[in-house]
Ligand binder design. Structure first.
Ligand SMILES: Nc1nc2c(c(=O)[nH]1)N[C@@H](CNc1ccc(C(=O)N[C@@H](CCC(=O)N[C@@H](CCC(=O)N[C@@H](CCC(=O)O)C(=O)O)C(=O)O)C(=O)O)cc1)CN2
Ligand code: MET
Ligand SMILES: [Zn+2]
Length: 771
């Protein structure tokens, strides 16, 4: 039997974002459920056909999802929280999307959403009731296996494994550990596997990426229990234990001890594990070798990979090896061949999902028939890698010189916070509980259409600029009217907070169709950072100064920080990430200086991706945090004491990194806090965070308009433990996904809540309670 070639999962949104548009049409009532399901079926069929045509032998099924695969798993096992009023029957589309997005008409909240490991993909957090019972509530994995079979494709179904599922879940009753439900959950998994097996499935891919994390005893025990039970329940079915986003590390012995037929290794993140595993793995264990990077867009060095794995194939036997991407291809764009505007030289260095599968297929051919059978492709691969390495496009001596001249002083503000605070108070004269927003205002259809028309050449640059200026003016006038203290220009000119900057920086390229799913129907086009980064000219100055020219109130300049620019891009792999991040920080430092020189007195540097950049294993945290904080400071510290630096973080937990947040030394930080009812503040309180802080009080992920009373209640909660002159009043995050009808009353209420607190504190001198 020859070496097999596998795929762990293919992007679901479609090369032209067909799923996004079908979903949004269905939600808005423009299209029927039947139409949505037909589009979904078409995408699955196309993906299977494509992978089959590319020579993939282990083709995935059940990697498709209408919204999110973790939500699908909750539905499969019947973990549907009581509020949704589910009666145990088939889960309707209405119910499914109510869990995903909430439902205004039924008054239902959405499940919580959070980041999938260290990616920019978001999953719906499973929520388990104290008396949770599990039952098979959806046969999606079986249906999709049979659907593929009917089309002539033998597939390898993908399931999110039971241990990872429970580790990602949260228990409604905080005293209970979701892992305690394992025994009750396993029969449902066993039933799914039994049915798949009885329909003819030979392999099932069990995704267990928590094996890339530090696992305690209980979690390790859960793995033993789960896989022993599943192996016993369905003898003869081959389970592929699939870990990705890192190596097995300390969990390697555990993984090797599990009764599974195969094991997947992420050899891009953990190349060192190949030797370890080949030494220790029993001879009958099939190894899925994740040699092609599923998280980045660079073409692989195929001859080098062959040099590396040929001996392994030789030693273990061809029938015991599957070639694979390091992880699901969900996190890369679909097809490079759609890109017609990329610099051809750069394009030659890249591979998207389709091209990555082609690379695997070439590797398979070379292993099975000898390198001669893939001579041209191997030569082209080697040439592309060599060309990238030596290209003058990626090296800029001026950037490297500047990097070498960074001094520690450049990462320190001139004076400590208490001094700066005085200076800023004098300079800005803000009231107690100053009000502001996080930056963006609604990206309406009108704004997006104008931008699309401009990029197609249907709208002139002058007309597009005039249009945007009119939006900025409207926004400024309206903010003045409702009485906000620190204004923003609204970010109407930005397609995305990362892409917008990348488009203006040297060293970055961007795509036309390189969409990657962020959550549900929302996608991003991560820019490609291929070379040394520099800023040829100011990027935001015109907008900030235009807005400031319209008002005597301070307008905040808005920048995306270096760590977020790094984290939400595809980054070159020929330099350490911290070096690349320093380059971005220097470019942004110049923008900060330009804004200050032009009279902008407050500058916000957003870092919402700082936490998601944390390495998966704790031992590596401090190293990362040290350079991430340094890069922020490098970007932010060039200004005078009077200039107020803000930062913003959302979707974050702070407890375990609060010391580093303190080290960033931003004058003001705004965070997401409203959903947790200010719980997130606890970290700041127990750390005695000294600088100013704006705990978000308006949940921007919901269309609901909060009342003045509830906003006041949240602020009072914050005021219990923070000094009144430490608190800012703002929403959780930017307002780009909201509608003006929601934003206008919500922000008016927010201003009123702040005014209420000001009045209260006049009559009540110091309400701060000691801890
Ligand atoms: N990069 C990044 N990551 C992030 C976030 C973020 O803001 N940026 N926020 C969090 C996730 N939240 C997100 C929130 C919203 C969207 C979002 O709204 N995405 C838009 C696309 C945004 C965009 O790039 N818009 C462009 C292109 C829009 C577009 O589709 N244009 C059409 C034509 C438009 C028309 O005719 O109406 C086309 O190109 O075909 C623009 O405005 O210019 C979408 O999926 O719809 C994505 C992520 C975490 N990660
Ligand atoms: C995901 S954080 C968003 C920050 C940005 N300034 C905005 O308001 O949209
Ligand atoms: Zn945010």
């Amino acid at each position: 039997m020859p070496v097999s070639v596998g795929s762990l999962g293919f992007p679901r949104i479609g090369a032209k974002r067909e799923l996004k548009f079908a979903l949004e049409d269905f939600w808005s009532g423009k299209a029927s459920a039947a139409t949505l399901l037909e589009v979904a079926r078409g995408l699955r069929r196309a993906n299977w056909a494509k992978q089959h045509a590319l020579g993939i032998t282990h083709i995935p099924s059940n990697d498709f999802s209408l919204y999110d695969h973790v939500l699908d798993t909750s539905v499969m096992v019947g973990a549907i929280p009581a509020v949704y009023g589910w009666k145990g029957a088939e889960v309707s589309l209405e119910l499914y999307f109510a869990m995903a997005r909430g439902s205004g008409s039924m008054g239902l909240p959405a499940l919580e959403m959070t980041k999938w490991f260290d990616t920019n993909y978001h999953y719906m957090v499973p929520e388990l009731e104290p008396d949770q019972v599990f039952q098979l509530a959806s046969t999606k994995p079986i249906d999709e296996y049979l659907e593929a079979k009917a089309l002539g494709y033998e597939t390898r179904p993908v399931l999110l494994g039971p241990v990872t599922y429970l580790k990602l879940a949260k228990s409604k009753d905080k005293a209970l550990n979701p892992l305690d439900w394992l025994e009750r959950l396993l029969p449902v998994y066993a039933e799914v596997l039994r049915r798949l097996h009885s329909h003819g499935a030979k392999w099932v891919q069990m995704d267990e990426p928590v094996l890339s994390l530090d696992l305690d005893e209980a979690s390790q025990g859960a793995f033993r229990k789960a896989y022993t039970a599943l192996a016993e329940a369905v003898p003869g079915l081959n389970l592929l234990l699939t870990n990705y986003f890192g190596g097995y590390g300390d969990n390697l012995e555990l993984a090797l001890s599990l009764p599974v037929a195969g094991m997947h290794l992420d050899l891009v993140r953990a190349p060192g594990e190949l030797d370890l595993v080949t030494q220790k793995a029993p001879a009958e264990l099939t190894l899925s070798l994740g040699v092609i990077d599923g998280r980045n867009v660079w073409r692989a060095d195929l001859p080098a990979i062959l040099d590396w794995i040929e001996p392994v194939v030789e030693a273990r036997g061809e029938d015991k090896v599957i070639l694979a991407p390091s992880c699901s291809l969900l996190h890369v764009p679909i097809d490079l061949s759609l890109e017609t505007a990329l610099d051809p030289e750069l394009k030659g260095w890249l591979a998207f999902a389709v091209q990555k599968l082609e690379e695997l297929s070439v590797l398979g051919r070379a292993l099975n028939q000898g390198r001669g059978a893939a001579k041209d492709e191997l030569a082209a691969s080697a040439a592309a890698v060599a060309a990238r390495r030596s290209s003058p496009k990626i090296h800029d001596p001026r950037v490297q010189e500047r990097l070498a001249r960074i001094t520690p002083e450049m990462t320190r503000r001139k004076s400590p916070f208490p001094v700066r605070r005085e200076a800023q108070q004098t300079h800005l004269g803000l009231p107690l509980f100053p009000t502001t927003t996080i930056g963006s205002f609604p990206q309406t259809g009108e704004v997006r259409k104008a931008r699309a028309a401009f990029s197609k050449g249907e709208l002139s640059a002058a007309d597009y600029t005039d249009f945007l200026k009119s939006k900025v003016e409207e926004a400024v006038r309206w903010q003045e009217e409702i009485g906000l203290d620190v204004l923003v220009h609204g970010e109407f000119e930005r397609n995305d907070m990362v892409q917008y900057f990348a488009e203006q920086l040297c060293g970055y390229a961007f795509t036309q169709h390189g969409w990657v799913q962020s959550y549900g129907s929302r996608c991003v086009r991560p820019p490609i950072l291929f070379g040394d980064v520099s800023r040829p000219r100011p990027m935001t100055l015109e907008w900030a100064t235009y807005a400031q020219s319209l008002t005597s109130k301070p307008v905040k300049g808005m920048l995306t920080g270096p760590v977020t620019m790094l984290q939400w891009s595809f980054v070159r792999d020929d330099l350490p990430r911290e070096q690349v991040c320093r380059q971005i920080a220097l470019a942004l430092r110049d923008e900060v200086a330009d804004l200050e020189r032009a009279g902008i007195r407050i500058i916000q540097i957003d870092e919402p991706a700082l936490r998601e950049g944390l390495p998966l294993r704790r031992a590596e945290w401090d190293g990362y945090l040290a350079w991430a904080v340094e890069c922020f400071r490098l970007c932010a510290s060039g200004v005078a004491d009077e200039t107020q630096v803000h930062t913003h973080m959302c979707y974050s937990e702070f407890n375990d990194i609060i010391q580093f947040i303190g080290d960033m030394d931003a004058d003001v930080i705004s965070i997401e806090a409203s959903r947790s009812k200010m719980e997130l503040l606890e970290a700041f309180i127990s750390y005695r965070y000294p600088n100013q802080i704006g705990p978000g009080i308006y949940d921007i992920h919901s269309p609901r308009v909060p009342s003045v009373a509830e906003l006041v209640e949240l602020l009072e909660k914050a005021q219990k433990h923070l000094a009144p002159d430490q608190i800012w009043v703002n929403p959780d995050c930017g307002l780009k996904t909201r509608k003006w009808e929601e934003v206008k009353p919500a922000l008016a209420n927010l201003v009123e809540a702040a005014q209420h607190l000001r009045k209260q504190s006049e009559s009540r001198p110091n309400p701060q309670e000691s801890l």
